[in-house]
Write a protein that binds this ligand. Sequence first.
Ligand code: FAD
Length: 389
Amino acid sequence: MQAAVVGAGITGITTAYYLARAGYSVTIYDERKYPAMATSYANGGQLSASNAEVWNSWRSVYKGIKWLSKKDAPLKINPWPSIDKYSWFFKFIKEIPNADTNTQRTCEMALEAHNLYKKIAFEEDIQFDKVEKGILHIYTNEAEYENAKRVNEVYAKAGLNRWEVSADECIKIEPALVRPPKLLGGMYNDTDFTGDIHKFCVELLKVLQRKYDVKMRQIKIRNLKSDLHEHQGPVVVCAGVESKMLASTIGDNLPIYPVKGYSITIHDPKVAPWTSLLDDEAKIVTSRLGKDRLRIAGTAEFNGYNTDIIQTRIKPLINWAEKMFPGINTENITPWAGLRPMMPNMMPVVNRSRNSKRIYYNTGHGHLGWTLSAYTAQSIVEQIRGKND
Ligand SMILES: Cc1cc2nc3c(=O)[nH]c(=O)nc-3n(C[C@H](O)[C@H](O)[C@H](O)COP(=O)(O)OP(=O)(O)OC[C@H]3O[C@@H](n4cnc5c(N)ncnc54)[C@H](O)[C@@H]3O)c2cc1C
């Protein structure tokens, strides 16, 4: 049995893994020579069921409007008219009534994925700088803190225990953190974890090529029908922000928008947190990737497909690190920018094409592709097996 996967990011590599385990001979097509060189390269590192809350809310809409004129705001929208962008916003607003249901489902998928990642890492002996110290969300805004308490109830229905901690307890959980003046408190869970997504993909692909019948070919697929017509068996599209264009070649409409984000990797940080943090007001996350690296990521920019690294977006991440962890060594930093493949309802697309019996999608994971992929990959392969075996 043959199968093809388009894209060698986290969604593609995990899909290839479950296809190979199900006995398929798999070819991964990627336009890049090496795996995980696009969005799965230097993200925030969090495997975070506790960040499953979808962004569809009137609070996000008002904040977005308020931040429009602020240069270093966590959210930036290029107001230049674009049909794709404005129809995406329209669909985003239409999904607000479904926010809690979608948050609960995302949290359930994330918890399933946690177990699957641990199983893969154990069975295939994958090292990816995993740190299991939970995630601490910190709050300086009263309304957001109140909302977080409400969201805890939604998470509880999904099976996640995230609890409230005082400002003093936040510092006890993460002693490297200097108490921000307006810190109200935090939300903590000890089951989320962090790790290097790029390392995981690279190491898992090595295992796939060594132990299973999987190969990777460097080809840019431009048309799902004509470029893959000689290929037998199912094709799974895992092409991140390019999935929309590929889907359109067979008449499918995937309203994925590229939401740009930035990260810095601080090498040899000296003073740095081990517990993963999420600063709710700044929308910044941190992950310790072993003792020598700290990853800090954030910002959401609606500005098309460009991945330019803009200094005015990098500087706030460095300033934030220096403010939160005095004494941190920021001498050696690697900046990066990537595009989150974001659906307007923030839910991944994990289903078969409407227009082709052998084309499937596992894509559109937005800000949670690392968190969710092991689960969605397993699900799409179950769908394929149900239909093809
Ligand atoms: C700043 C930032 C921080 C983030 N932090 C987190 C986090 O902490 N936790 C979390 O869970 N998620 C996080 N994310 C989101 C996560 O990184 C993404 O959801 C995930 O990496 C997307 O993976 P993917 O496989 O869908 O896409 P990609 O990694 O982009 O992979 C797609 C692949 O398809 C290939 N491709 C595309 N088009 C074609 C074509 N036509 N032919 C052949 N190959 C093609 C590309 O070369 C690429 O290798 C973050 C994202 C950003 C930007």
